[in-house]
Design a protein around this ligand. Sequence first.
Ligand code: 16G
Ligand code: MG
Length: 567
Amino acid sequence: MSPDDLDPPGFCPQGFWLNERGLPDMDLDAVTKQSVLHAKPDGLILQYGTAGFRTKAEHLDHVMFRMGLLAVLRSKQTKSAIGVMVTASHNPEEDNGVKLVDPLGEMLAASWEEHATCLANAEEEHLPRVLVDISEKAAVDLHQDAFVVIGRDTRPSSERLSQSVIDGVTVLGGQFHDYGLLTTPQLHYMVFCRNSKGQYGKATVEGYYQKLSSAFVELTKQAFCSGDDRRTLRVDCANGIGALKLAEMRHYFSQGLSVQLFNDGTKGKLNHLCGADFVKSHQKPPQGIEMRANERCCSFDGDADRIVYYYHDADGQFHLIDGDKIATLISSFLKELLLEIGDGLSLGVVQTAYANGSSTRYLEEVMKVPVYCTKTGVKHLHHKAQEFDIGVYFEANGHGTVLFSKAAETKIKQLAKESEDEKRKAAKMLESIIDLFNQTIGDAISDMLVIEAILALKGLTVQQWDALYTDLPNRQLKVKVADRQVISTTDAERQVVKPPGLQEAINDLVKKYRLSRAFVRPSGTEDIVRVYAEADSQENTDSLAYEVSLAVFQLAGGIGERPQRGF
Ligand code: 16G
Ligand code: MG
């Protein structure tokens, strides 16, 4: 069929969406045919949540296919490469998930999250209509080429599911590059590299290793001349993708740091009794790691976008160094360098309600750094951090990074060339730090290298770092309710608006304890309500957490067993 035989632009009877040259842009017939092979289970409704879709892997085939379709539309609309990552991060091995990555390597724009939810839940027969609707609403230029980059974690289901994404991309005529196994932050990096035409770095795994490692080596040049004994780090890789990537990468920076990998996936199950989420939420070491007194260890999560540190002291007591303390270490180092260069660049720290009260107090009162609180979820923190010349953001769970504005980067680069001695030295360090941080998203490997560099340069032991401030005892609990959406919150999730009476009840409970704080919010990733409490002692914290859980259970439609005292 030649273009001349085709109808004018529009939706033609054969199901083609025609462009003004009369060539099909969306072959909706082919989509329908392919979609049958990726059929949506009846009655299944899923939401594009805080970090994309996430559920049992066996329910996700249709979602993957459809996210392949959506990525093509988003790519055409933004005239950029779009990323698709197949992972369920720290969830159990049986789960899986998918998220889209926007052109600058950030999380998908909120308006497109709605399109994603619509598309994922459309009944088979409505799929073509929904695709056309999205294209119209989002003013997608269907003549554009589309390019999608795909990555996946090590879950047994991930390879098959990423093939379904590819099916979706190809049926809409999109081009793609399948990177295969990648950490989530590596996929974000690839997207930004491609869209910045290589300015951000080379869009290969090798390019990522080289960029980060050379920044690390450059930054730590002075610190590592005197063979010191703090250069070994034990890493719990959660039996996930972090192990593979760190094993590939470690020889690039081995002069500066030797990493010993545990839970590398050769035996254990992904995220099972290990990984950053386990360590943070249980406040205990993972299984499968050999710890020695006062030696630093860290844990990645299943897709290597979170990191927490910890150690055992000489008495065998476990000390957790979470995202808040990581943010504090990094901010104080950056602040020192900024004072050196004296150029009035602004520094801000962004946290969520989960940040330990002691960390916020330390940052504001001791370090005199402005601190902001946003809703949970990387996209909220990331956007707030973009408001500063240098924005440090970390969630207590260990997800975070530092963003440098274009203006700050230019200024720093200029000072690194032109200024004198001390000032130049500080500017050069900042220059390396800009390269060492993954500026698209929190990245366990990149954060680990930054932390190791700072500890080495400052000659700090893990205990000295830990001693910056003492965490208030804290506790997180989960409550099952019939519908978690009955809870709505305000003030960066620190206050409940609905159901009526719940916030008043929390206020009354909090008043009973010293240095206390508590809040509740519906989880964005699990069908539960989360409760957070902190107070002056662990006992009081646990009581407060229990009492607040009970209030949620009673006032927000709790189901199943009532919360119990004692943990
Ligand atoms: C996701 C978020 C993480 C957040 C967590 C909260 C991203 C990439 N990840 O893992 O930032 O802390 O959800 O989970 O945004 P929750 O809503 O179940 O508490
Ligand atoms: Mg993760």
